[in-house]
Design a protein around this ligand. Structure first.
Ligand code: NAD
Ligand code: MG
Length: 355
């Protein structure tokens, strides 16, 4: 068992252990005096894991109920949150009761947001079941939903009271979602950990999953502790994301997953910064080899100018510029703001890929 402490405004622990969902109840009891617990899960995850979690909660004396919504990002909407509130109301959930998010990032983001807002805030637990949610979304306290105009436009910072990571749940996860998580894992290696990056190169990710999860979570924890409200350093977690979001947009949000787009974005960006002498020579070649090794896309039909054009309107833009994260070398990064009017010049001038 690995324990990672997160010292945010409301501190909490992250436990990583095979089979931990079967004893979820005792971990929840250790942090909560609640009478009732609501498990929030989606239509794919609930049939697989909710029974085990519910039984364990019951054995610790919690009165349980399960709220299930149809799986998919399309359901990450206020309309689902409203149904969740109705469920909480019908089950007499009070301010001292607890919500248990059991599922991927969509479940965690929504259950967290409902917990942050119902009765002005009740406790919640994260039990992430995708690699992406285990290494990324369950840590850091960002919760929310999408609007028709864009992703994650409504939300709240609300930290869980405990996070239970069970790597065994990944055995049922479809491959494409595994890649989503790997894109973020590769990102962590690039920005903060030459050691993690090196192990991804020399070993097989699936053989060292526990280490990958705990190293990734520790990196995210460190960054979040320094910048809980995302006003500075937390931006480095967006390495590869500005180009990644542009690629997702150009693909019409199908055909390339978020993690794949982030990894490809990281590769394309690093090729450019390497050519400009910002990044140590050979870095993009190492990223390319890793993407090939983990079956990630390494090229796109879109040109660099199309991608740069599609970065306009990125959520991370502020004032008149866009913040990009550049690598100096594997494991070291920095934030660089580029004026919107300078983007084409910076990325496409003298660059054959920009044609
Ligand atoms: P998801 O929750 O939709 O899960 C992906 C798919 O896998 C779903 O179909 C789900 O039903 C299924 N699934 C989940 N666990 C499974 C398991 N163990 N076995 C079989 N199937 C399983 O999506 P995700 O990729 O986990 O998360 C993406 C979401 O996370 C996005 O909405 C994104 O905005 C959000 N996110 C949030 C943060 C944050 O800091 N809050 C960070 C990154 C991403
Ligand atoms: Mg991401």
């Amino acid at each position: 068992m690995k324990t990672i402490e997160v010292k945010t405004g409301r501190p909490y622990n992250i436990y990583i252990e095979h089979g931990i969902i079967k004893s979820a109840g005792s971990y929840v009891r250790a942090v909560s005096k609640a009478v009732r617990a609501v498990i929030v899960s989606d239509s794919n995850v609930a049939p697989l894991y909710s029974e085990a979690v519910e039984a364990s909660l019951k054995s610790e004396g919690f009165e349980t109920s399960v709220f299930v919504f149809e799986a998919g990002e399309e359901r990450k909407r206020l309309s689902t949150i409203e149904k969740m509130y109705d469920h909480f109301y019908e089950h007499n959930i009070t301010r001292t009761d607890i919500i248990v998010a059991l599922g991927g990032g969509v479940t965690g983001d929504m259950a967290g947001f409902a917990a942050a807002s119902y009765l002005r805030g009740i406790d919640f637990v994260q039990i992430p079941t995708t690699l992406l949610s285990q290494v990324d979304s369950s840590v850091g306290g960002k919760t929310g939903v999408d609007l028709p105009g864009g992703k994650n436009l409504v939300g709240a910072f609300w930290q869980p009271v405990v996070v239970l990571i069970d790597p065994d749940t990944l055995s049922t996860l479809p491959r494409r979602y595994f890649n989503d998580g790997m894109g973020e894992v590769i990102k962590y290696g690039c920005i903060k950990s030459p050691g993690l990056f090196g192990r991804l190169e020399t070993e097989n990710a699936e053989d060292i999953l526990d280490d990958i999860i705990s190293e990734s979570v520790s990196i995210k924890r460190d960054v979040v502790e320094h910048d809980e409200r995302d006003t500075g350093e937390r931006a480095i977690l967006n390495f590869g994301h500005t180009f990644g979001h542009a690629l997702e947009k150009l693909h019409g949000y199908s055909g390339i997953s978020h993690g794949e787009a982030v990894a490809l974005g990281a590769l394309m960006l690093t090729r450019i910064t390497e050519e400009k002498g910002i990044t140590e020579p050979g870095t993009s070649e190492r990223i390319l080899s890793l993407l090939k090794k983990y079956d990630m896309p390494t090229e796109t039909k879109f040109t660099l100018s199309q991608i740069v054009d599609a970065t306009r309107g990125d959520k991370k833009s502020s004032g008149k510029g866009l913040s990009f994260i550049f690598l100096s070398e594997i494991g070291t990064c920095f934030i660089n703001k580029i004026g919107t009017d300078k983007l084409v010049d910076f990325f496409c001038a003298d660059n054959p890929m920009g044609q």
